[in-house]
Write a protein that binds this ligand. Sequence first.
Ligand SMILES: [Zn+2]
Length: 125
Amino acid sequence: MTKGTKLYSIINLKCPRCQKGDLFINTGWIVYKQILDMPEECSNCNLSYNVEPGFYTAALWISYPIVLVVFIPLIILGFSLKSLHMFFTVLYPGIVVLSLLFQIPLMRFTRAILLNMHVDFNKHF
Ligand SMILES: [Zn+2]
């Protein structure tokens, strides 16, 4: 993955402007504490991560279509099963586990996308 692209910043959860500073205090995709805690600004280029109050609420509108893309096929699969019993014993536990596993990475992913939509890479930092 090439540095300087928005995909690099999103996948590595790095600052969108310099792509060196971390977006989150607790780095990585799978974390169990300080899930959404972000530093006030980038440790390298001082880009403020607090764009405006409530800025990251808009990340909900990015995660919503992603969740639809994942879960609509599962719902269609559920309708294609022969019995409701199979749905609740096989598919439903899978949906619950999938939801729990991807909740935290999805929240971090969508915050990174949102910030990258507003800030471009600058190679001078
Ligand atoms: Zn930076």
